[in-house]
Design a binder for this molecule. Structure first.
Ligand SMILES: [Zn+2]
Ligand SMILES: [Zn+2]
Length: 293
């Protein structure tokens, strides 16, 4: 498993690699623009070149960009919808420029209308983005949601429906967030629960399309549909996060912590040490489960 974290790119997109190196991360996630404003950041050719150079000097196994939270492909407001497509497409472009492996994004919210009612917007919107992308560019990764106020992707089934409607194109996959899974009522605290989840991903989407994990504990209770990240091992999932982290089929994936850290400034050394400990414990637990079969 490529243990990593969301890191800041304040001071230039390339500085994210420096931060990753300081924390000895194996994977990183960054924002390539503001998460609260539509305006896209203008990355200089120098910063992009340095990002690629610096990455080659590190042991970073995966780089993903998280698209802005403002994106809503199910927006009923035409201006928001148009801006969403533009933001997603431009993020995919930045991803291609820096050599990112994936762009993770939230599909948006149907605001209670149901996924069916929003599908006629989501699918053509994503087709536009797919049409504009560089074929050598990053994967497009739909993230599962906690389900608060109609956020789309609350089940594997919802993510599968969108990918199916798109005609299962190349380099379109999913990112699963442990906090969102737990909050949406998917039990990842037992081996049976995790097996059931991965069986469903395998049969509905294909495990080869699962390209990234977000590893967060949850401040809110199971099935609460609320998205509040807690530090790894310190929330409602607690040490049982090891069950998902140790699963043999997930060991090749980038696993990104998006947690507050000790001082609310994001994952730090202490957080990454806890992450590594819980991951190791999980790998051991699964060795026992598999050998007793
Ligand atoms: Zn996430
Ligand atoms: Zn979240």
């Amino acid at each position: 498993m490529l243990l990593g974290a969301h890191v800041s790119s304040t001071g230039g997109i390339d500085t994210a690699v420096d931060r990753a190196e300081a924390l000895r991360l194996r994977s990183i996630q960054i924002f390539s623009q503001s998460t609260r404003m539509w305006r896209q950041t203008n990355h200089t050719p120098q910063a992009i070149a340095r990002f690629r150079e610096r990455r080659a000097e590190t042991s970073l196994g995966a780089v993903v960009i998280h698209a802005t939270y403002l994106i809503n492909l199910a927006a009923t407001d035409d201006a928001v919808y148009a801006k969403s497509l533009k933001a997603l497409s431009s993020t995919v472009g930045v991803g291609a420029a820096i050599g990112a492996d994936g762009v993770v994004f939230h599909v948006g919210s149907h605001l209670g209308r149901g996924l069916d009612a929003a599908m006629h917007q989501i699918v053509p919107g994503l087709q536009v983005v797919l049409g504009e992308r560089d074929p050598d560019g990053p994967w497009l990764l739909l993230e599962n949601s906690a389900g608060h106020q109609g956020t789309i992707g609350v089940t594997v089934e919802e993510l599968a429906l969108i990918i199916d409607e798109l005609g299962r194109p190349e380099q379109v996959g999913i990112c699963l967030d442990t906090c969102h899974l737990f909050a949406s009522g998917i039990d990842i605290t037992t081996p049976e629960g995790v097996e059931a989840l991965l069986d469903e991903v395998e049969s509905r989407i294909g495990l080869d399309r699962l390209r990234c994990l977000h590893v967060n504990d949850s401040k809110m209770t199971f099935g609460s549909n609320r998205d509040r990240h807690a530090n790894i091992g310190q929330g409602e999932i607690g040490k049982k996060l090891s069950v998902m982290l140790g699963h043999p089929k997930l060991q090749e994936l980038p696993a990104i912590a998006e947690t507050p850290g000790s001082d609310n400034r994001g994952p730090d050394k202490a957080e990454m040490a806890r992450f590594a400990r819980i991951h190791r414990a999980g790998v051991k637990q699964w060795q026992t489960v598999t050998s007793s079969r």
